[in-house]
Design a protein around this ligand. Structure first.
Ligand code: SF4
Ligand code: SF4
Length: 336
């Protein structure tokens, strides 16, 4: 039988590897109800991968035979340099967090190897069949807010997560944190597109974050007047009292890159070459060149921002969705 691991050794190694917080939960099967109801209601929109490999999402033993422990890991992405307004959501302004967290998982493995010989693991950074927020809540990192985000007391919700399964037990597990939203409903009121359909349940079809990142076709007409950013949406986090004003972890890997200082008009008129140059190594590349320009046009139109006239010649863009977005935006300007 494999020996029991020391929780403090694992947590110290996680901090040394660069994670800002970490917690441990037993690798027990997750209640399928919430995920099944979310999928059955169509709230996952076109994220078909969420309805695939559901057994693996719910049962860690399917991903790592003999899984006993879930190590939930996270980092706060805010730095003092994030203060300026930007058309890019806060979490995406720096280097792609997937790459940063994967690098740190590699370091963690190296640190744990002498402490846990023969222990096998499976690690994921938000791209595999793992419900990171559920594990983070179970491992005591924070609680799930009514905006559907993990809220880590002391850090807030501008955090990114990773999960590592281990096939060994540890000597101490953390307890889940209780819900601490209380009677607050600030995020439900502030959400510009009424995407938070009930506490903790976000309808992706109405969510601007989903629309600007995952939806690559036409920008849904009813959502257009609510768009503010060209990538993502921070509104339900900015109003949350659990996001401490001025809080920053100042982790250099998350510092904003030059793309975050572009204006919406800059992004609407980006050449393909400039897009590649500006978004290389960031999560923004996921929106693709066409998608980022489409989103920027929509946000300019929503704000009726005359700055769009600087890029108006691109309204005859080669991409159909960019053209539609530009036409819509220009139609919102008052007559000269
Ligand atoms: S990210 Fe934006 S659109 Fe989505 S739920 Fe939050 S406030 Fe609403
Ligand atoms: S804004 Fe209020 S209700 Fe929403 S997640 Fe934060 S504390 Fe909870």
């Amino acid at each position: 039988m494999r020996r029991m691991l020391s929780s403090s050794v694992i947590l110290d190694a996680a901090r040394e590897a660069g994670f800002h917080f970490a917690g441990l939960a037993r690798a027990e099967r997750i209640d399928p109800g919430p995920l099944e109801r979310w999928l059955a209601g169509g709230l996952g929109a076109s994220m078909r991968w969420m309805s695939e490999r559901t057994e693996e999402r719910l049962d860690p033993g399917r991903l790592l035979p003999g899984a006993r422990t879930v190590l939930a890991l996270g980092c706060c992405v805010l730095t003092r340099a994030h203060a300026a307004p930007s058309p890019i959501a806060l979490y995406a302004q720096g280097r792609d967090y997937h790459a940063t967290l994967r690098d740190r998982i590699r370091v963690l493995r190296r640190l744990l190897a002498p402490q846990a010989p023969g222990v096998r693991d499976y690690a994921e950074v938000d791209t595999g069949p793992v419900l990171e927020k559920v594990w983070a809540q179970r491992a005591g990192l924070g609680f799930l807010g009514k905006n559907g985000m993990l809220i880590v007391p002391g850090h807030g919700s501008h955090v990114v997560l990773a999960v590592m399964l281990l096939d060994s037990e540890v000597d101490r597990y953390h307890s889940p944190q209780p819900d601490r939203c209380g009677r607050c409903v600030a995020c439900l009121i502030a959400c510009p597109s009424a995407a938070i359909v009930s506490p903790g349940i976000v309808d992706s079809r109405r969510c601007l974050s989903y629309q600007t990142i995952e939806e690559h076709g036409d920008f849904a007409e009813p959502l257009r007047p609510h768009a503010r950013l060209a990538f993502g949406c921070d509104t339900c986090q900015l109003v949350c009292p659990w996001n401490p004003p001025g809080h920053a972890c100042d982790d250099a890997r998350f510092e904003p890159r030059p793309v975050s200082r572009c204006s919406l008009a800059d992004l609407a008129g980006l050449s393909r070459e400039r897009f590649v140059e500006l978004t290389r190594g960031t999560a923004i590349a996921r929106a693709h060149w066409e998608g980022l320009r489409r989103n920027a046009w929509i946000a300019l139109g929503a704000a009726r921002d005359p700055a769009m006239l600087q890029v108006a010649p691109l309204a005859d863009d080669s991409d159909e969705n960019v053209r539609a977005a530009a036409r819509w935006a220009l139609s919102r300007l008052p007559p000269p």
